[in-house]
Design a protein. Sequence first.
Length: 673
Amino acid sequence: MKKAIAFIIPLLIIALLLPGALNAQNEDPKPDISVIADSLNSLLSSIRSSPAPDPRLGIDFIKYVTETGISSQHERASEIYLWGLSGEKISDHKEILNDELLRLQPLLSDRQFSSFERKLNRDQPELLEDLRNFWKSMDPTPATSYNERLIEHWKRIAYSKKYFNKSNDTVFEADERAFTYVKYGQPDRIVRGVLQVSMGEMQSAARQLAVTDYGRQQAEFVAQQAFNYHENSPYEVWIYDELEEGFSNNVVRMFGEIPETGFGEVVVLEDLIPDRAFAISKRNVINNFRTSGFQVLYYNPGMILQWIYYNKFSTTDKYYADLFTDLDYEYTKMVSPTNIGSRDQSSALRFRSANEHQTRILLNEAPEEISTDKKVLDKIGADVYEYRFIDEGGRAYSRLIVESDPKRIFFEDLSLNQERMFGTETTVSAGSAADDDVLGWYRFSHELTVLDEKNNVIQRLENEPALVLDDSRYEEKTTSVFEIYPPGKDQRTLLTTSLINNHPASRPKENTSFDPAVRSYSTSGYDFREPLKTNRKDLIVSDLVLGFRDDSSAVGDLIFPFVVSNNREIFQGDNLFVHFEAYNLVQDSGGLYDLNVSYNIEGLSKGLFAEAGIDPLQVSLDFPADTPQIREDLEIESNRLVPGDYEMIITFRDLNSGNKIEKRIAFTVLYNN
């Protein structure tokens, strides 16, 4: 509890900071600062006096902060919320936790929700740990105390409460639109309207779907019945385009007035049609006849409404267009003379059932949730190149070389904020070198975070490389190097890139739950390769690191005496380098070790060496040593190599044991323009 109080006490100064802390939505009048101050002080008083973590207090605080728009307190709100879930008993808070599970339901799989609900019903205290771990798994910045995704979740709840007010009978104190909004955020498109159908449209559809001349004569009767069942009700169609990479289908959700239940989610368009419209009675049978070989044919107003509704919404999105095509095909097939007996009162209901099933499949395939804050932030990708080695103590580790290209996003942000930051006199454009006055405000970082199975941070490595913004023939990237021992079996690794603009006058393109200084943020998982075997009886050779050096790169790379070429390309005339490490060499009678390295370079395209009028390169070298490990760099004069694709075959032989290993590495020589 002392630890909790330690970060809560600084909140006592909130009332003094409020004038600069409020960040209300633009269209709303500013809240009364004194009222907010009193409310926050009341909450703080309850938190300070709480003898143990209380989920009610954490929920009340984060709810109030997000509803009033006090963005400066988002970080503390996420801390207090998680503190409230750090207790050991749930029996005193079952009602509060049940509501919280319902608020979380849009983000959970059915299995997760059932598991949490079962633990709540059984008073199992590990539910609190499960909830904390869930939010840790959602946290885009797990190495910090601020959980941006948690704040985004509660901001969506606050938005729903304010704007989705057809009813307030959900746990979000809003109507059913809140569930989808909390799950996916703002749709890419919203189509609003009123479902209006004229009597003429009803008659036209009835005549089109009639089977016989007699049926067509009775079209006006069935059209009138369908018209009586129809209501001109308002609707909204929410369309999410490609929610995430790899999921190509649109997610379409519809809301409207449902007969007998009121406003809610329309899972299928048939929800807008009263069930009795599909029922068969003497009043709505308009074509009931028997002919040789045929059964009784039924025709009802529900089928008319079904066909019209899908036809109308077919222009809204491909989702509805495909459904109407299927429905129209089925109905057209049923009105053909050879299938006249196949239609009965269950035809429309079978289509409805199939439609519901298909809709459930699409929703199950869709992402469980989407963070629009992460989605709208620009992303700077990272290419990771892993090289495996063994340290002095015989433990396998990896060197990760991480490369990013932040030039485009850097110059876009600078263009947006240049006047705010420096006035109109300073001009920096893409492709030019930015001076120290400009670069001093920006910070780019690569970060590796290792998490355990409960999403606790095990290890965090961060590097802030110098931004590489000018163009060169090597297409040099902004690069970090990490030395890291591969994580354990139940651990995972996240790689994060971020670009920060710390200038106080700068502004981001989009307002998000992230710190306003963040200009780019991207997180992805990284899977390590199988570590090198550390059997001390066998000769082991590390991964080969290929690079080059010329006059302009004489200093070399971050950890090697040459520039590493991760894409394995060098320019003609640049000396080729290969770094290797050999382990577990056998000692001779004199206490020495000796490794022979022989290599030859072969052209992967026929005639490369003949074209240059030279013989293929073949070299053999000995490396005596006084330790069982050797770390060396081969330097190869490559001015004899003409542009093309090559392969180097290197054989490592322990001269004392006779053990040998062969490794191959392909590379390309480019024209030196």
